[in-house]
Design a protein around this ligand. Structure first.
Ligand SMILES: *[C@@H]1O[C@H](CO)[C@@H](O)[C@H](O)[C@H]1NC(C)=O
Ligand SMILES: *[C@@H]1O[C@H](CO)[C@@H](O)[C@H](O)[C@H]1NC(C)=O
Ligand SMILES: *[C@@H]1O[C@H](CO)[C@@H](O)[C@H](O)[C@H]1NC(C)=O
Ligand SMILES: *[C@@H]1O[C@H](CO)[C@@H](O)[C@H](O)[C@H]1NC(C)=O
Ligand SMILES: *[C@@H]1O[C@H](CO)[C@@H](O)[C@H](O)[C@H]1NC(C)=O
Ligand SMILES: *[C@@H]1O[C@H](CO)[C@@H](O)[C@H](O)[C@H]1NC(C)=O
Ligand SMILES: *[C@@H]1O[C@H](CO)[C@@H](O)[C@H](O)[C@H]1NC(C)=O
Ligand SMILES: *[C@@H]1O[C@H](CO)[C@@H](O)[C@H](O)[C@H]1NC(C)=O
Ligand SMILES: *[C@@H]1O[C@H](CO)[C@@H](O)[C@H](O)[C@H]1NC(C)=O
Ligand SMILES: CC(=O)N[C@H]1CO[C@H](CO)[C@@H](O)[C@@H]1O
Length: 687
């Protein structure tokens, strides 16, 4: 009897407990004191009752999660429960058409995102935990920036992400019109309120994501993805939102939200949700105040007029098309302030295309490098700028990121990520800043190779770098190698008269077929990369002006030593013999393979990466590096070439050598389509 009574009590209390366990909620405004939300980052509740996850300042993140976790798994068989959620979101970008970066509905085992990163990481993950199975994160991203690093399809998409920001499935934002079952495009960053539904069915194991600009839910989801969430979820999970901004920024809002486990979430009516903050209201003041103001105004108008005249004379005029183009356009004043008026003391270096200054942006305190290029011709400017836009879309951890640009009359300013350790040549030649260990060198080589692989194969079109050399490899604070100046050679072409000159590379890194064909290809890049490999191992320039005739050209020297079987002699003595011999041999061999005279005999950059990663073994023998092996190119050696080995020194009448002022390494070689008189200037190796 007693036993039965205790048993009965237990059952009753259990069922009470069970029924108390929360499994749904609905918010049509968030500004109740009992709102049970945990906000972090810059997220806040607006007066009208919406959640503002981020405002439109750069590099912010904001999170809003339901305070208590939900029981997402059946404790007896640990399958994930079905759930459904509906929320209203709005993304209001700082500049029309340019969003940054996005918002994600998130289910996570923790609501602490303090180690996450903003920008492309959406405030969810960081660079080191990305893709890790132990994150247990499920997210549906509303992404307004196209990140090639994560394989994004466009800059206006919805994606299902598991433990990573590379979406398992994504679709361009759209909804199905029920009447016609026609797909209608939807612009996430229009600033308008959009309703989104995320549903999971534990029986069919299907995640559906549906969008709509109105309160009625389309019957056909935008995206359906087969996925067993039991493998991803832990027992207790938090639900909420994360959002971030990057260089470009949007305000991200959530205006209403309903959620239910094992059932359909409640209907949200767009009309009953809080309204977004409107444009700032005008001040209404007393008439006297107004009249005083108007007197002041009249006076200041004169000043403004004077100022405007000055502005028109001096400042950059923004034409409408410039606003439609990709990366951030900085104002000249902003960059002038950041570099302290392009002071000589802020000069980081002189590249092939112009001077590079260090700067600190006033608002974000971000460090930048500003490259100032002078651009004489006004024609072709639009092509010039759209070229910049396409360079700005290239994103890879081994490429120096282009943040933005600015144009001011004849000057073009390019704003890059700042690289604290400068360029690689400072670590290799003459009196290096610091002697790099073999591990550091190998890491740099592998980094540059993967950056180049991205340029050649990872982007929507093949990008030929054209000027790979040690001074274009920049090092970050952890000595990771990043390629700089990509795309600039082509960009420069737009500016110059095509019938005169084209800048194509640097002496010592030029593939032998280049002067002949005048066409840079991925194979000519691989040739230059080969020269770079040898430099990094040997700690010498590809052409050493001071060396004796037999050591003049690094590539020839390495070949000679290879033939003599004394290849290890060429390794940089500064490493004091502390290196992994098999890796060094592999890199030297690879350097020789890449610098083969025949373009077709050179490996592709993908093969190079695979050799470097040890995925495939190196061939034992190397094809001979034969100086006379030049048939098949169909040119008259005696007339055009002198020393056709690996040095490309020519006395043909159709080439011009230009010096950009950096005597030691950056002698640019230009070609013309029409013969020009022999014209050498700057330092050309002498015999
Ligand atoms: C908060 O309190 C109000 C009444 O004070 C109630 O109507 C509402 O449902 C509560 N909200 C939540 C999320 O508990
Ligand atoms: C955005 O939020 C940050 C952090 O709360 C604040 O410092 C900044 O002033 C805000 N920006 C604007 C434009 O409101
Ligand atoms: C949990 O799983 C068991 C066994 O499959 C099932 O009988 C039970 O109904 C499930 N509980 C819930 C709440 O779905
Ligand atoms: C990345 O996040 C994980 C946990 O989410 C944390 O343990 C790690 O320290 C973070 N890494 C960095 C570099 O912040
Ligand atoms: C994943 O994260 C766990 C715990 O943070 C860590 O021990 C593990 O090394 C990580 N795995 C990878 C591949 O990064
Ligand atoms: C897709 O999701 C699974 C986990 O279910 C993950 O392991 C895999 O890496 C994801 N694939 C892509 C392309 O993101
Ligand atoms: C998801 O969409 C599919 C295809 O429209 C539909 O058959 C299924 O019932 C939907 N599942 C949920 C949980 O809404
Ligand atoms: C040298 O490098 C090879 C290939 O990367 C590796 O297998 C080997 O263990 C390394 N040897 C030493 C002594 O580190
Ligand atoms: C060229 O190299 C010499 C040393 O070999 C050095 O003194 C000189 O400053 C370098 N010139 C430039 C422009 O880097
Ligand atoms: C040799 C050198 O300059 N190393 C620097 C690389 O950058 C990091 C971070 O800025 C510095 O701490 C190193 O001193």
């Amino acid at each position: 009897m007693f036993n039965f009574f205790t048993f009965f009590c237990l059952i009753v209390s259990l069922s009470i407990l069970a029924s108390c366990e929360l499994d749904e909620f609905i918010y049509t405004r968030f500004n109740e004191p009992n709102n049970s939300l945990t906000l972090s980052g810059v997220a806040k509740i607006g007066q009208n009752g919406y959640i503002q996850l981020t405002n439109d300042t750069s590099r912010l993140m904001g999170h809003a999660f339901y305070s208590s976790p939900f029981h997402f798994k059946n404790s007896s068989d640990s399958t994930a429960f079905s759930f459904s959620t509906c929320f209203a979101l709005a993304i209001v970008p700082e500049y029309p058409k340019l969003g940054g970066h996005g918002l994600a509905f998130t289910i996570s085992p923790s609501k602490d995102f303090s180690t996450a990163l903003p920008s492309q990481y959406l405030g969810l993950l960081n660079a080191s935990d990305i893709g890790n199975y132990s994150n247990h994160i499920f997210a549906v991203e509303f992404d307004t920036v196209r990140d090639f690093e994560f394989g994004d399809i466009n800059d206006n998409h919805v994606g299902v992400n598991i433990n990573s920001l590379a979406s398992n499935k994504s679709a361009a934002a759209a909804y199905f019109n029920d009447d016609q079952s026609v797909k209608q495009d939807l612009n996430l960053k229009s600033g308008k309120v959009i309703l989104a539904w995320v549903e999971y069915d534990s029986v069919t194991r299907l995640v559906n994501v549906t969008l709509s600009p109105t309160s009625s839910k389309p019957k056909v989801p935008l995206l359906s993805y087969h996925l067993d969430l039991s493998l991803i979820f832990k027992e207790n999970m938090y639900v909420g939102f994360a959002a971030s901004t990057g260089l470009l920024a949007s305000s991200h809002y959530v205006l209403g939200w309903s959620f239910k486990l094992n059932g359909e979430s409640k209907f949200l009516d767009l009309d009953s949700l809080p309204s977004l903050p409107g444009p700032k209201k005008k001040h209404t003041g007393l008439i006297i105040v107004i009249s005083v103001i108007s007197v002041v105004l009249a006076l200041s108008l004169i000043l403004v007029a004077v100022y405007l005249v000055w502005m028109f004379k001096n400042a950059d005029v923004i034409e409408p098309w410039e606003l439609e183009i990709g990366p951030h356009r900085y104002s000249y004043q902003e960059l002038k302030k950041a570099t302290r008026g392009f002071k000589e003391s802020e000069l980081l270096g002189r590249g092939g295309f112009g001077k590079v200054y260090k700067g600190v942006l006033r608002n974000s305190k971000a460090q930048i490098a500003v490259k100032r290029i002078s651009h004489e011709s006004k024609q072709g400017l639009r092509e010039f700028v759209s070229e910049i836009a396409s360079i700005g879309r290239l994103r890879h951890r081994n490429l120096v990121q282009l943040f933005g640009w600015c144009r001011r009359r004849g000057d073009l300013l390019l704003v890059y990520e700042f690289m604290p350790n400068g360029s690689l040549d400072n670590f290799l030649f003459d009196q290096p800043k610091m002697v790099l260990t073999w591990e550091q060198r190998f890491k740099i080589i592998k980094g540059v190779a993967s950056g180049l692989l991205y340029l050649h194969e990872g982007y929507e079109q093949v990008v030929v770098h054209r000027d790979i050399k040690a001074s274009n490899v920049l090092l970050d604070g952890e000595l990771n190698g990043k390629l700089g100046d990509f795309g600039l050679a082509r960009l420069y072409e737009h500016g110059s008269n095509p019938s005169t000159t084209k800048v194509v590379g640097t002496l010592g890194y030029l593939a032998p077929e280049l002067p002949r064909t005048g066409r840079a290809t991925t194979k000519t890049d691989v040739f230059a990369f080969g020269a770079l490999l040898l430099e990094v191992v040997c700690g010498r320039r590809p052409i050493e002006h001071k060396a004796g005739p037999e050591e003049f050209v690094l590539m020839d020297l390495v070949w000679d030593k290879w033939r003599e079987g004394k290849i290890i002699d060429v390794v940089d003595y500064r490493m004091k013999g502390e290196f992994n011999k098999s890796e060094v041999l592999m890199v030297l061999k690879l350097g020789l393979m890449c610098s083969n005279n025949k373009p077709l005999a050179r490996p592709s950059i993908r093969q190079v990466v695979r050799y470097l990663e040890g995925e495939i073994g190196m061939p034992e023998a190397l094809t001979a590096h034969d100086s006379d092996d030049f048939e098949g190119f169909g040119f008259d050696e005696s007339e055009h070439w002198n020393s056709l080995g690996s040095t490309n020194i020519f006395k043909s009448s159709s080439f011009t050598c230009l010096s950009n002022g950096d005597e030691n390494s950056s002698t640019y070689v230009s070609f013309s389509t029409s013969p020009l008189p022999l014209l050498y200037s700057g330092e050309i190796p002498r015999y």
